[in-house]
Ligand binder design. Structure first.
Ligand code: PMP
Length: 395
């Protein structure tokens, strides 16, 4: 099969699954009105599928900081930090992230995807092992591939399975990197961090925790699962993204290991890509301050999440194991998921559709992302629409 024929197979598979004219992936968003509202086609929609957990994309402090940086430093850095230099904003944000986590140091990356790629491929190499949860985000899988290390998966959140696999490695557990996520992006559940930390200590491995979905969401000051559980000292490297609760673009890693800095000299996803633009760094810095002081935002986020989770559960939807910023409806078939997704959009509610193979265990997901910027009335309305669709689609 030629290279182009392979792409025709992709097109045919997509056509077979999705009705003509329905732009499920990359839905065109014509206008954005606020952190929670936009226009798709000629319909005003409620965003329930953006990871804007604290609703900060229109925070005046973030907008102003971005405008000022744009005016002072221009639209882009046009190069990588290693070759073209680090702007003061990059260095300041690294210090601010390290201080936020009370850690020795931090590195800022161009995206959260690249943070995982850079960290995993920088830490592990040929002959080493990366032990990952089966539900890991694509950036973790891709980081493993780039590393050249042996990749071993354990069943999602199954610490007994994780330990069994470490035990089998014998002495090699010392050159093993374990990777987990604070809140998992697919089902919205949290990692059993206490057990993971005690096992990694027993086997002298290294632990990297991706707090992409838990930054700003868990813990008193929003550090993530490390703060919620009080286990920060048990985690070697914390990664995360600016693209969710910080409402910007970029990624970070913080650590108490002074060796972190050496990753700058060996990690290809850090060296060979342009650094984040001044405006994205400036808005992320402003958002980090709001996030740290954002107790009220976290309270509102959790109230919205619990309200919607309880309503959907009572309606009989099959959900991920616990409430959180991600509420996943698990459907048995892609067709059911598609009908639910389309029904919600027809009622002005925009959510994420996740089809196999992206969804775990061959299921399909309709994933809602809750924000502190949503109101309790909006959660009620979303619940009412889910109730109506339950009758029309599933009965
Ligand atoms: N880690 C996880 C768990 C994620 O869900 C994502 C994004 N969906 C990323 C990393 C990558 O973040 P970014 O969007 O900044 O590339």
């Amino acid at each position: 099969m030629s290279l182009l024929d392979k792409l025709d197979v992709v097109a045919a598979a997509r056509k077979a699954l999705l009705p003509e004219g329905l732009e499920v992936f990359g839905t065109p968003i014509e206008e954005v009105y606020s952190a929670t509202e936009a226009r798709v086609g000629d319909r005003r929609i409620l965003f329930l599928g953006t990871n804007n957990y604290l609703g900060l994309t229109f925070a005046p402090e973030c907008l102003q900081a971005a405008h000022e940086a744009l005016d002072k430093e221009g639209t882009g850095t046009t190069g990588s930090r290693m070759a073209n230099g680090s702007y003061s904003g990059h260095r300041a944000l690294e210090r601010e992230f390290a201080d936020f986590y009370h850690c020795h140091s931090g590195i800022v990356f161009t995206t959260g995807y690249q943070a995982n790629l850079a960290m995993i491929s920088g830490l592990a190499g040929a002959g080493d092992v990366v032990l990952i949860d089966g539900d890991s985000h694509a950036s973790i899988y891709d980081g493993c591939r780039l590393s050249g290390a042996e990749i071993i998966r354990f069943r999602h959140n199954d610490v007994a399975d994780m330990e069994k696999r470490l035990r089998r490695l014998g002495e090699r557990s010392r050159s093993t990197l374990i990777v987990a996520e604070g809140i998992y992006s697919m089902l919205g559940d949290q990692a059993p961090l206490a057990e993971i930390v005690s096992i990694k200590n027993a086997y002298n491995s290294i632990l990297l925790l991706d707090e992409a979905h838990s930054l700003g969401v868990l813990g008193k000051t929003g550090q993530g699962l490390v703060e919620e559980t009080g286990l920060i000292d048990g985690v070697d490297f914390i990664t995360g993204t600016f693209s969710k609760s910080l409402g910007s673009i970029g990624g970070y890693c913080v650590s108490n290991h002074p060796q972190l800095d050496q990753l700058r000299y060996i990690s290809r996803p850090y060296i060979f890509t342009a650094s984040p633009s001044p405006a994205t760094i400036a808005s992320a810095r402003a958002a980090l301050k709001l996030l740290r002081d954002g107790t009220e935002l976290r309270r509102q986020l959790w109230q919205n999440s619990r309200q919607l989770y309880a309503r959907l559960k009572a309606l009989g939807y099959q959900l991920g194991p616990q409430p959180g910023p991600v509420i996943a409806n698990i459907l048995d078939s892609p067709q059911q998921a598609l009908m639910l997704w389309k029904g919600l959009l027809d009622h002005g509610i925009y959510v994420n559709l996740i089809l196999p193979p992206a969804a775990p265990e061959g299921k399909a997901l309709v994933r809602c992302s809750v924000s502190a910027a949503h109101t309790s009335e909006q959660m009620d309305h979303v619940g009412d629409v889910f109730a109506e669709l339950r009758k029309s689609i599933f009965q």
